[in-house]
Design a protein around this ligand. Structure first.
Ligand code: FAD
Length: 526
């Protein structure tokens, strides 16, 4: 049985930062369910927010973050992250991250919601540049073992071991290549598993974003919070062969307009700022029109600009669309909103510690109090960096834990699955009704419908999970159903419209802002 000082689950920015920030004397295993590059971190485009400019201040960054968070941020957490940002970014630069320069200084971009230029970036592929750098550093570390195609199934808890206490001792991990479930014992276990965009039919997230860490922590008896706040990006390319391709909001900034299939514009009816209204307003308007008319998409039209301007300003989008047969200099771009970011997650403290002892949750899977009811652009990679480093420092100070013999994964009562179609069908059904009932605009009735369907799905998955050998798809579906259920529960508890949560039945804002915190009353049978 592999024994490690630290087991890290995931290989996005939160995981790589944490692993590289641990002392080289610690034996670390990093398991990731696909290739190391498969993560939202790798796909991040814009950049990382940090106060670096002479005209900027911590107070300004704090204020911008609090405004976006619509009254639900933990101000102390926001200040901690903002003040730690320049140091965290310098650490990244020391690792070799190639941020764009302007003369001697780093080029700072300005993004929506930021009152200053403060976003460091590497062209429009920041995540790729940063992750390639950190994964290269990881490979140089003899104390860190990175295992691809290893998906964590569940945490090993006192409860699973049949004893009192609330500690985590590692995890059961399925090796997708051999089909064998391995037992990883660790002094500290870290969930750096990312968000849950795949709970929705349309998402900008990679396939890995199935809420695994949120579900595992909940089953291990940890609280989760604010999961009703899902950020939707208004314009994702809608095409059968292009999963998750973002059409930047800068295109609307340059004059692109949104059209219905008959060519008419609809944004002016929804907001006086029309296409330049904030992201949430545009996403809601598109959702409204699509649902009202039963459309699969609407269209973004920039054809009135000269072709040279379009190709010069949007080379990547132009090239990608052309590959798919859409010439954006002459044709409208089919777009639909898509789930982009999970603001809530597993409740953690300033060191990334969850409710269970020796369990840490970092990155998008965590709820640190930084984002509140809405995330400020480019604050999420920052959160990965700051909490990854804080958790590493805390773990380094833990008392070493004596090794013990943990029981192996028990497969004596299961058989090979008879019908894979059950998983594929349930997966699709879940994502469809989550989109229709728990998407951008919610109503009490829609949420009740979703809750009802989730109960049925949950029973079916539970039975399947109990009787058949685990597979990557089954593990993900089981986690996605549970995380979707937690999203719906949070959404049903909120009786107002705040930040990213909009309910037609409760359109107003309550005077007092309060987080939605769910406590596992009954730990799901393991
Ligand atoms: C298209 C896109 C653009 C974005 N642009 C920006 C931006 O410009 N700036 C910004 O701040 N944020 C941006 N974001 C958000 C940001 O990228 C994410 O919030 C952040 O990268 C999350 O990092 P993470 O390490 O928590 O998770 P991820 O990077 O998603 O990594 C999670 C990892 O966990 C692994 N994993 C999951 N479950 C398991 C399991 N059961 N067992 C083993 N491994 C598992 C996954 O395979 C993956 O390696 C963007 C997101 C997207 C999708």
């Amino acid at each position: 049985m592999p024994q490690h000082d630290v087991l890290i689950i995931g290989s996005g920015l939160a995981a790589t930062t944490l692993a590289l920030s641990l002392p080289a004397s610690m034996k670390v295993a990093l398991v990731t369910k696909k290739a190391p590059e498969d993560s939202s971190s790798f796909w991040a485009q814009g950049g990382i927010a940090a106060v670096m400019g002479a005209d900027d201040s911590f107070d300004d960054h704090v204020r911008d973050t609090l405004v976006a968070g619509a009254g639900l941020c933990d101000e102390a957490a926001v200040r901690r992250v903002v003040e730690a940002a320049p140091g965290a970014v310098r650490w990244l630069i020391d690792q070799g991250a190639p941020f764009d320069l302007e003369g001697e200084a780093y080029h700072l971009a300005r993004e929506g919601g930021h009152s200053r230029r403060r976003v460091l970036h590497a062209a429009d592929a920041t995540g790729r540049a940063v992750q390639q750098t950190l994964l290269a550093r990881l490979a140089e570390r003899p104390n860190i073992t990175l295992l691809s195609q290893h998906i964590a199934v569940d945490l090993i808890t006192d409860r699973r071991l049949g004893r009192d206490g609330h500690s985590v001792y590692g995890a059961y991990v399925l090796d997708n290549a051999s089909g064998r479930v391995r037992t990883f014992q660790a002094g500290a276990t870290v969930l750096a598993t990312g968000g849950a965009g795949k709970a929705f039919l349309y998402t900008t997230n990679p396939d890995t974003a199935t809420g695994d860490g949120i579900a595992m922590a909940w089953r291990a008896g940890c609280r989760v919070a604010n999961l009703e706040f899902i950020q939707f990006h208004p314009t994702c390319l809608y095409h059968p062969h292009a999963k998750s391709f973002l059409i930047t909001e800068a295109m609307r900034g340059e004059g692109a307009v949104l059209r219905l299939p008959d060519g008419s514009r609809f944004m002016p009816e929804h907001d006086e700022r029309a296409e330049l209204a904030p992201r949430d307003v545009v996403a809601r308007a598109i959702d409204f029109e699509m649902k009202k008319r039963g459309l699969d998409c609407v269209y973004l039209d920039i054809t009135h600009k000269p072709a040279r301007f379009i190709v010069g300003h949007f080379p990547t989008i132009h090239a990608r669309c052309l590959e798919l047969g859409i010439d954006i200099t002459r044709e409208w771009i089919p777009v639909a909103p898509a789930a982009h970011y999970t603001c809530g997650g597993v409740l953690v403290d300033r060191n990334g510690q969850a409710d269970a002892h020796r369990l840490y949750v970092v990155g998008e899977a965590a709820c640190t109090g930084l984002h509140g009811a809405n995330r400020l652009a480019s604050n999420s990679l920052l959160e990965c960096l700051v909490y990854g480093r804080a958790a590493a420092a805390h773990i380094a100070g833990l008392e070493p834990r004596a090794a013990e013999r943990l029981p192996d994964w028990d497969e004596s009562r299961v058989t090979d699955a008879d019908e894979e179609i059950v998983i594929a069908h349930n997966w699709h059904e879940l994502r469809r009704f989550m989109w229709d009932y728990v998407g951008i605009v919610r109503t009490t009735k829609r949420l009740e419908r979703a809750a009802h369907r989730l109960r049925l799905l949950n029973d079916e998955i539970f039975e399947y999970y109990s009787n058949f050998r685990v597979s990557n798809d089954l593990i993900e579906l089981r986690n996605l159903v549970l995380t979707a259920d937690l999203i719906v529960r949070c959404a049903r508890e909120r009786r107002e419209s705040r930040g990213l949560h909009f309910s037609r039945n409760y359109p107003d804002l309550l005077a007092e802002a309060a987080s939605t915190v769910l406590e596992p009353g009954r730990v799901e049978a393991e």
